[in-house]
Write a protein that binds this ligand. Sequence first.
Ligand code: SAM
Length: 347
Amino acid sequence: MSLLLAPGAWLWTTRAGAERDLTEELALLGTAARPLQDGLVLSAPPPAGAEPAFARQGLPVAALCAPEVEAVAAALRPLLRRPYALHLFSPDSEAGNALCGLVRGLQGPLTARLDRDGGPPRLDSGVAARAAGGQLAQVCLMSDKQVAVGVVPAVSAHSLAPGGRLRVRQGGPARSARKLAEALLWLGRGPERGDLCVDLGAAPGGWTRVALARGARVIAVDPGRLAPSLRAERRVRYVPYSAFDFVPEEPADWLLCDMAWRPLEVAALLARWGRRRWARFLIANIKLPMRQRAAMLARVKEILATGGWVDVRARQLYHDRDEVTVAAWRGFGVDARPPQRRAGRDG
Ligand SMILES: C[S@@+](CC[C@H](N)C(=O)[O-])C[C@H]1O[C@@H](n2cnc3c(N)ncnc32)[C@H](O)[C@@H]1O
């Protein structure tokens, strides 16, 4: 059966260039899918609870219409049953970004129109909608002639940010810091005051700085140069050699890993940490410079599971390039609790 862009189908936003990865990943989940345009993938309804890593946001298409206030309001109105946040976006691609003016032009009048209609209350953000047990009302501008409209319960939304694009502002010595900051928003938790973090592939120190700012202690492992300001920090211990040779003296709370190394070897190293119960929580950025990324990611997740890591989740976050962020936990001790299942404070 050929997959049509029609009510009942699902639309997914991706990083431009990752459409094939998402299509292959959905196929591995048993869901027929095809790239629709740069930054957008069309699929059959996914299995309940599916969380495809290469998708940024998903919406069940309820209606297709012209990008005009009355048409979009008419399509949305019957779908709004609870307090909701309105997300208008275009795909994150060259063509999609050219529609940003149209998105902005539609936002104000559409919001005003829906408010005048007097339906359920409109909330300011996806986070507020989730807290209120509400909905995400999504309007995706696919072109200057067509929008797709769909609504999901905010609690089960793939992301709480419009189109799944969550820009994080974060200082520090490396752009990488933004990847960890975004991962913590995605997970809704992270290192806390007094926690011990081991940061594999730490140099120049963006992730270490993020953990330090949360009050954690960090063992930063990297043969590369850690920023001198971090080396001088009382709560940082710098271990200037390979992560493959490092053995911790005590179990850590968090294992952080952003090593630029082969994914299967990194996964095997992280599995070893799990097997030996050397850390409770894992956040790792896995580099995927190859073509078959979906299959490679599936393999990485399998290897992590052999180490006893559970609830292994993966997401190509907004700040990830040819890489994905993986999170998992390894329960031991009385206070071991899994990270929250759903997106946290993002949005
Ligand atoms: C993307 S950078 C990490 C950036 C870091 N997370 C930050 O925020 O500043 C990748 C790092 O992996 C390190 N790396 C590569 N192989 C490694 C190994 N075997 N052990 C430890 N670090 C390694 C590199 O030296 C490099 O500093």
